[in-house]
Structures are given as structure tokens and as C-alpha cells.
Design a protein. Structure first.
Length: 219
């Protein structure tokens, strides 16, 4: 492995590409000096892969990397159940790259609800004072529909009315990405079991990579 770490993020959908921001933050916490991220966009792939094992085979061929992050939302499944599913498909696909399971409970948007300042700024109204009705951090993982909560928070934060409010609602996709981009501190999420699991998985992968390096080298 070169001194620059290259990682690939394989997600359930395009909106989950926002996960690169907390992943990058975690890499910085572990003093990974140089890294390159790539998102495996298979939506328009010629083979139209649907099953995870097939998608993993394509990613390994077309997005070579040092660490492969494999995302699934937990939705109605438990965290351990999703981990078991991912690891089964990694084995089926014959993946030899260091792999990290990324499982948001219940969906990726839950990890964007902890920073009201980022939401207000993404909504274009950083000085707004309208209450955003965000759940307490301890309750984020029990929310049934974090996407709906984030969408509503962005609309409320904009304080737009009438046609402008409808337009803002249509802009939800880019605004969601902007929220993730604006969050500078992901440390509060370390209180969430799913995020702690991601961090533990990453530490394991980095440790395995470091063990392969010559003495005196670092990632």
C-alpha cells in the first residue's frame, strides 16, 4: 500500500454518498495523513447489479482500494443482522480488501440531525430562530423516519413561505448533501452505537493495514 490511503464507498443509494464526510472525519481523527475517497456509483452500470455480492465483485474490479466501506441502512433490521448480511456477501464475493461495515440506524439522514447550525446554514438562513424540532441525540436511532425529519428541519430553517417553500422542498437532495458537507464536528455521534461500531471497524482495518507496512512506515 502506498502512503496515500485509497478507499471506496459502496452505498445503498446516491444520497448515501454523504457518508464520505463522517468517514473522512474519522480518518483525520486517526491521523491518516493522506487519503483519496471514491464513491462507487453503480446506478448506470452496464450489468445493472442488484444483489450486494454482485455489486461487491464489480467494485473490487473497477474501484480498487485499500479499504472498502460497505453501507446499508438498518431500516427495520437490527445492527447485528445487517452486519451478518454484509459479511456473508463479502465472503460470497471473495473480497480480500479490508472491508468496513457502515450501518446507519435507521438511515443515513439520522447522522445529519445532530447539527442545527449546519442545517440552518444549508437552508440559507444561518441566523434563523425558528425551532427546528430535532430529536435529542440519544433518541436519533429510534426515529422511524430521519429523512422526513431532516426535510422538515430544512424547510423550517429556511423560514420560506408559499411558492418559495415548495421550491426549497424540491431542493432537498442538494441541501441534504450540503448539510453533511457543513458539519465540521462528528464527535457527538460517538454516543450512538452504530457510529461507534463504524469507528471500531475502521480501527480494525487501519490496524490490519499498518501491520503490512515496513517498520517505521505509517499510513
Amino acid at each position: 500500500m502506498a502512503n496515500t490511503l485509497r478507499y471506496t464507498l459502496l452505498t445503498d443509494g446516491s444520497s448515501d454518498a454523504t457518508l464520505k464526510f463522517p468517514i473522512n472525519w474519522l480518518l483525520e481523527q486517526y491521523q491518516v495523513r493522506s487519503f483519496v475517497d471514491q464513491w462507487a456509483d453503480l446506478a448506470f452500470h452496464a450489468r445493472r447489479p442488484r444483489k450486494l455480492a454482485e455489486r461487491l465483485r464489480i467494485v473490487c474490479d473497477e474501484y480498487p482500494c485499500d479499504v472498502l466501506f460497505v453501507h446499508r441502512d438498518s431500516e427495520r433490521a437490527s445492527l447485528p443482522a445487517r452486519v451478518k448480511e454484509i459479511r456473508k456477501d463479502l465472503a460470497l464475493a471473495g473480497v480480500r480488501t479490508q472491508a468496513v461495515c457502515v450501518i446507519a440506524v435507521r438511515m443515513t439522514e439520522a447522522w445529519l440531525l445532530h447539527d442545527p447550525a449546519a442545517i440552518r446554514l444549508a437552508a440559507g438562513n444561518p441566523a434563523g430562530r425558528v425551532p427546528l424540532k430535532l430529536p435529542a441525540l440519544a433518541n436519533i436511532e429510534s426515529e422511524a423516519n430521519p429523512k422526513r425529519l431532516l426535510r422538515q428541519a430544512l424547510l423550517d430553517a429556511s423560514e420560506a413561505q408559499g411558492r418559495r417553500r415548495k421550491q426549497r422542498d424540491r431542493d432537498f437532495g442538494p441541501k441534504r448533501f450540503r448539510v453533511a458537507e457543513l458539519i465540521a464536528d462528528w464527535d457527538p455521534l460517538r454516543r450512538l452505537a452504530a457510529f461507534r461500531f463504524l469507528e471500531d471497524e475502521l480501527k480494525r482495518a487501519l490496524g490490519a493495514l499498518a501491520a503490512q507496512l515496513p517498520p517505521g512506515s505509517s499510513i
